[in-house]
Write a protein that binds this ligand. Structure first.
Ligand SMILES: [Zn+2]
Length: 310
């Protein structure tokens, strides 16, 4: 591959990180390492109401515990707030929102979450305000992007297979500016990835629809680079009852696991197990990297390993 691989890990500081986050970070770091790529740390801290100082600190503590080295990004909370915070990029997000507003593809929406849920069991927007022509500039309204019928985006998987997603079905008319005035996750995520030049995104299967929305936004901005990005949508780590882990999954928080195991070797082994790699001899992150590099080099079952979560 001629272009260097650029990826990122992107935690949100809205609670303590858990085993699922560790798996995502490690897989991203392993892929980047095996391809001699470049890794950013991007912290999604725009939503002030949800960001807790303890969760910001937790990110740095756990990354250090896991031994994950990144090439650029904040080295701690202070540097995050001074140099890297999404709050410092508000103007960029606003500029993008203006471009979309002027494109005529947005409409204002005054529906509450519960109103939407009542009308739409799958959670997709039922189109209630699409034709109301509500004023976009009035407060307390979200901005939705109108996604026309049969809108498709395609992307490349890690092994360069092309996958197609129907954005209309996956997302419907999605929010790019929230009722409280903040740019929505789909917008900030794609703007940040574009700025960082990301060309490999590693995320859980639960974010497959977000991939569709973000590719659609990149296309709408006439961006020619992001559509070349490769995506790995990996399986999610489940708790003992088979549910996906959340920020409140106490026993699986890295903080708790660290108290219990002290060394992160247990997590390296669990990661290897999840990836169907031999794990018994793994005693360090370097061991895990070596096993992983071997698989990438020989391309042995890498596709199956990465796509198994579908
Ligand atoms: Zn509405």
């Amino acid at each position: 591959m001629s272009q260097p691989i650029i990826s990122r890990i992107a935690p949100t500081p809205s609670g303590f990180l858990h085993l699922g986050n560790a798996f995502n970070f490690l897989l991203t770091a392993l892929l980047v390492d095996s391809l001699d790529g470049y890794l950013h740390l991007r912290i999604d801290d725009l939503d002030g109401a949800r960001v807790e100082t303890s969760s910001v600190e937790d990110i740095f503590v756990q990354l250090e515990w896991l031994g994950i080295d990144y090439d650029s990004g904040p080295s701690g909370p202070d540097e995050l707030f001074k140099k890297y915070s999404q709050k410092l990029r508000r103007e960029k997000y606003s500029a993008a929102l203006e471009i979309f507003r002027n494109s005529g593809n947005l409409f204002a929406c005054e529906c509450s979450r519960s109103e939407i849920r009542k009308l739409s069991p799958d959670g997709n927007y039922p189109g209630t305000c699409r034709l109301k022509e509500l004023d976009l500039l009035q407060a307390n309204r979200s901005w939705r992007f109108h996604v026309p019928e049969q809108t498709f985006v395609s992307f490349k998987t890690f092994s360069e297979k092309v996958e197609k997603i129907n954005v209309t079905q996956a997302m419907g008319d999605f929010v790019i500016k929230r009722r409280d005035g903040l740019p929505a996750y789909q917008l900030t995520s794609i703007m940040d990835d574009l700025e960082l030049g990301v060309n490999l995104v590693v995320r859980g299967n639960d974010l497959r629809n977000s991939t569709a929305a973000q590719l659609f936004l990149a296309q709408s901005l006439n961006d020619k680079v992001f559509p070349k990005t490769r995506f790995v949508h990996h399986q999610l780590i489940k708790d003992n009852s088979g549910k996906k882990l959340s920020k409140s999954s106490g026993a699986f928080s890295l903080k708790k696991l660290r108290e219990k195991h002290q060394s992160a070797v247990w997590i390296y082994q669990e990661t290897a197990k999840s990836l169907k790699l031999p794990f018994q001899h793994i005693r360090s992150l370097d061991d895990l990297k070596e096993v992983f590099r071997g698989v990438v080099k020989n391309n042995e079952g890498l596709e199956i390993m990465l796509d198994q979560g579908k």
